[in-house]
Design a protein around this ligand. Structure first.
Ligand code: HEC
Ligand code: HEC
Ligand code: HEC
Ligand code: HEC
Ligand code: HEC
Ligand code: HEC
Length: 311
């Protein structure tokens, strides 16, 4: 099943690329030297017409001549609602290394054999210039990554789900407001959308269907974890209005969720020398510091007694 799915995507992409490289009239593309933004957009437009328009369309709306042959349709690159939040490096990675580099379908081919880094920058500048609503640089903050982030069984991307499509965190982590745990979405919840989206030509999404067929949960690797002897509950924290990002960081900008948490020996040593490093997430100092601050500033009754967190 997966083999066939990958093949389908590649065949479609290869056919179009073949046409592009050998069949299309070669436009005069001057070496890209323009340093002004206007120059980038102009050079980017030429590259776009040559390398992207057959699939993404002359206008960028995903309606190119060969768009119909793809199950996952070429993206509408002018849709600012979806595109504006995507960081430059994220777009760069997709354009250079193809859709699968970010978990998307192989219908989006890698362009690194045809475009250099400067040219990709120009294509991005051009695509940004076509966005409606218009793009402003502060909309696409840089990606956040952790070197020790685990490898997950499926390349599930928060940048796409929570960043681009803005699916609310609690749509997937639905237990956060009513229980101790935030919870992870079930396979059925994924399928609510992916019975159709990406089902025919995206190998990462084929994995969801395989788990469903076998009746297995997806074995996600856990990231945030307190030691057994502590008690934490999401409910009071979410109910009082703390944003998920206060504790978990900008998840919508993580291609792979990671964290740098827990107490650290070097911090303890620095403390012995009389300095006060800010406490690391999920360390006891982090809980206590926020509880003190919240109690002082908003009159909450966050506990400071040992037994509340250590039963
Ligand atoms: C062979 C056809 C083809 C060509 C050529 C092509 N694309 Fe794509 N592109 C696709 C398809 C199909 C998708 C959708 C993948 C998916 O949704 O899984 C896509 C998706 C994308 C995305 C992801 C958008 C998002 O919402 O995350 C970007 C960015 C992109 N293409 C840019 C480009 C650029 C820039 C070029 C030219 C340098 C280009 N593509 C050339 C087929 C193509
Ligand atoms: C509310 C709808 C919705 C739900 C629920 C949902 N997705 Fe998606 N997913 C999308 C959309 C929209 C895309 C973008 C498709 C595209 O551009 O081709 C996407 C893309 C993907 C992709 C390809 C890009 C990436 O993120 O790597 C994967 C893999 C994926 N989803 C996995 C999952 C998994 C696993 C679940 C359940 C934990 C899930 N999705 C739940 C809507 C959803
Ligand atoms: C479409 C469903 C979906 C949406 C929307 C979503 N998540 Fe997730 N989230 C997942 C899945 C699946 C995982 C497990 C795989 C992973 O770690 O990437 C996960 C993992 C996490 C983790 C790590 C859990 C652990 O193991 O410790 C955190 C924290 C998290 N999400 C927070 C958020 C926040 C904050 C938002 C909103 C900005 C959000 N998520 C939006 C599906 C989703
Ligand atoms: C006050 C800090 C705080 C806030 C706010 C917070 N979390 Fe957490 N989150 C944690 C801690 C601490 C853990 C580890 C809990 C444990 O190991 O028992 C965790 C664990 C998780 C996990 C993995 C295990 C699970 O199911 O609980 C997910 C997913 C998650 N959080 C998502 C979210 C989402 C989504 C929100 C917003 C709706 C959110 N968190 C708000 C601190 C927080
Ligand atoms: C960003 C600030 C913040 C962080 C970080 C934080 N808390 Fe809290 N916590 C609060 C606030 C505010 C309340 C009070 C909620 C209320 O009054 O309803 C609270 C309440 C609690 C409660 C009482 C729950 C109840 O049922 O009354 C416990 C237990 C708790 N926190 C444990 C923890 C632990 C353990 C950690 C660290 C892993 C932690 N908190 C980190 C802000 C925080
Ligand atoms: C707001 C919640 C909270 C309160 C209140 C709290 N703790 Fe903790 N404590 C934690 C968390 C979370 C950890 C685990 C992370 C760590 O080791 O820093 C922890 C860890 C510890 C550890 C193990 C430290 C280590 O290095 O392994 C001890 C001992 C401890 N707490 C004692 C206490 C005592 C004694 C009190 C009362 C004076 C107290 N705690 C109050 C949350 C709390």
């Amino acid at each position: 099943m997966r083999g066939r799915v990958i093949l389908l995507g590649f065949v479609a992409a290869a056919a179009v690329l073949g046409y592009l490289i050998w069949g299309a009239p070669i436009l005069a593309v001057r070496p890209a030297r323009a340093s002004t933004e206007g120059g980038d957009v102009k050079a980017g437009r030429e590259l776009y017409v040559r390398y992207c328009a057959t699939c993404h369309g002359e206008s960028g709306r995903g309606d190119g001549a060969s768009a119909a042959s793809f199950a996952s349709k070429p993206a509408d690159l002018t849709d600012g609602h979806l595109m504006n939040a995507l960081p430059n490096e994220f777009l760069h990675n997709i354009i250079m290394h193809g859709g699968p580099a970010e978990g998307l379908s192989p219908g989006m081919p890698p362009m690194s054999a045809y475009l250099g880094a400067d040219q990709v920058r120009q294509v991005i500048a051009y695509v940004r210039s076509t966005a409606a609503p218009p793009f402003r640089p502060e909309m696409a903050k840089p990606l956040v990554s952790y070197p020790r982030a685990p490898r997950q069984p499926i390349l599930f991307n928060h940048v796409i789900h929570a960043g681009s499509f803005q699916i609310p965190c609690q749509y997937c982590h639905a237990d956060a407001r009513r229980s101790e745990y935030a919870g992870l979405p079930s396979v059925e919840r994924c399928l609510g959308c992916h019975k159709i989206i990406g089902a025919q030509d995206n190998p990462e999404i084929a994995k969801i269907h395989e788990h469903a067929k076998r009746g297995q949960a997806i074995p996600w690797v856990r990231i945030y974890k307190l030691p057994e002897f502590t008690y934490f509950s999401h409910k009071p924290h979410v109910r009082i209005g703390l944003e998920c990002q206060t504790c978990h960081g900008p998840i919508e900008r993580m291609r792979v969720v990671g964290a740098d948490t827990g107490p650290k020996l070097s911090d303890d040593l620095i403390r012995l020398l009389g300095f006060r490093p800010s406490p690391r997430p999920l360390s006891m100092g982090w809980c206590i510091e926020c509880h003190r601050e919240q109690n002082a500033t908003r009159g909450s009754k966050a506990p400071l007694e040992c037994v509340t967190c250590h039963h």
